[in-house]
Ligand binder design. Sequence first.
Ligand SMILES: Cc1cc2nc3c(=O)[nH]c(=O)nc-3n(C[C@H](O)[C@H](O)[C@H](O)COP(=O)(O)OP(=O)(O)OC[C@H]3O[C@@H](n4cnc5c(N)ncnc54)[C@H](O)[C@@H]3O)c2cc1C
Length: 490
Amino acid sequence: MTRPTEPIELLGTDHRLAAAAPLPDRFVAALASACATTTDLAATADASRDWWPLSMHWALQGQVLQRAAVVASPTSVDEVAAVLRACHEHRVPVTPAGGRSGVVGASVPVFGGVLLDLTAMQGIVAVDAVSGLVEVWAGTFGPDLERELRAEQGLTVGHFPQSFDIATVGGWVACRGAGQYSTRYGKIEQMVAGLEVVMADGSVVRTGGHPAGAQGPDLTQLFLGSEGTLGVITRVWLKAHPVPPHERRAAYAFATFEDGLEACRRILRRGATPAVLRLYDAPESQRGQGGDGSYCVLLVLDEGDAHLVDAVMAVVAEECAGARDLGDELLEKWLHHRNDTSALQALTRKGFVVDTLEIAAPWAALPRIFDDVRTAMMAVPHARAATCHLSHSYLDGACLYFTFAATPPADEVEATYVALWDAGSRAVLAAGGNLSHHHGVGLNRSRFVAEALGSSLPVVQSVKDALDPHGVLNPGKMGLRSPFGEVAWP
Ligand SMILES: Cc1cc2nc3c(=O)[nH]c(=O)nc-3n(C[C@H](O)[C@H](O)[C@H](O)COP(=O)(O)OP(=O)(O)OC[C@H]3O[C@@H](n4cnc5c(N)ncnc54)[C@H](O)[C@@H]3O)c2cc1C
């Protein structure tokens, strides 16, 4: 069984926030009869963190932000339902977790209580090869899903996030994730055909199940991106494609990022959707794509039916006619190093603040966001770098993915981290971007939600109140009200 991957060594089991309320005795008894549990200090501390870069600094100080009182590991839908019923009845916070590869503290149990580890529910349940639908347990990790699907059915889901090895299907869905081939296959919300969700009171609902519908609002989409606050996803039906028989690659050099953006826009506006379309600014082109700092690299890869791929690549070539053709060798390199994140741990151990901020915006807003975010971040004391690439494209806009770094003194790591996020997020929102494209909100971005959602936040809060009346599901996240109080962070 595949297990979550440790983000960085955890050198202790202390918690930074005040101790959470102890669990009621009757609840402990109810939970013990629901499924396997542990209260082991090291196990609960380890399960109480994710890949949020700030928590990596705390881990090296022997701390997590908060520690769950107990980790519950259900192996069936009935066991998940029994855990939720007990939490609902006894008003105990319960935080679902998959691979714990989230980067915004979404699975950190900020009010203690139960950490619901879903990774004991793994594997493909069934495949409908005629329709191209795969039914999979939420705790299944990416490689396990794709290996079996490809080998036994000749199918692929086509969802390849950089965290493919360390994230689960349930986490993809709960965070509205995006894979590196998203311009052809779509974001996860386009891949999900239906869900099984256990509600806060332990009832089980099934959503979707048809290719399209007009029987009221789409409940599947309601749970997509709900980050464990509206229900626990136990089973997912995903659309699958034939394993692509044909692939083509290309790379181009643009004089400016804006020129490259315009080419990407024109490619998408013409209806071409190359699986990979990644445009790096000059510093990122130099850092990772063989550039010399004077140009911006565009990587392109498409796969699928040969006729379609050739047509797409012909459009790409026409729209990149004014750029320098770099051949296709850069793609080979990118394919080899694209999921390597070892630099993150190495830099964290040296005391660097390093993180990424990904947003989406209409094409018309992207040039300003590209400028404003880097300028705002570089104005933060101790900032060293703020760079950008375009990673996912749509008919009407794209995702810009900023990487930033700072070298503050040890006692200013947290303040610098918070200041960089404040500067970057506010610059994005002011220029017409959204709060997140695929990493989600979690704890780190909670403070910006009111600003980002505006008049729709009360609607989201009403949905939360209706589906989880005692507020036990992942409280303290996504800018939603919590009956357990305010989270004392930042
Ligand atoms: C190096 C690195 C690269 C990354 N690259 C990408 C990328 O390319 N694309 C991308 O989209 N993301 C990326 N991420 C972010 C992260 O991997 C994704 O958000 C991923 O989808 C989280 O899945 P998980 O199983 O690890 O979820 P977790 O981190 O365990 O949980 C994340 C959130 O989902 C909730 N949740 C998890 N499972 C369930 C469930 N079954 N039911 C209800 N709620 C649930 C949790 O409560 C939490 O709120 C990256 C992360 C890292 C560390």
